[in-house]
Design a protein around this ligand. Sequence first.
Ligand code: FES
Length: 67
Amino acid sequence: MAIKLEAGKKYYYCTCGKSNDGVFCNGAHKGTTFTSKEFTVNETKEYSLCGCKKTLNIPFCDGSHTK
Ligand code: FES
């Protein structure tokens, strides 16, 4: 998923897969053992974020969805 992110802004990546957009935490993990992953980026630009939850480089896509 290509999404423009702003340098220095805090983002919360959804690790549970229950959020509406599948990428950013919206609190839907409540009642599970999952928690969101806080992250920032150093440069404002478009990033490829993982939507399949198989990446080994959270929150970024590493191509695992094709395997
Ligand atoms: S909604 Fe998935 S980690 Fe918060």
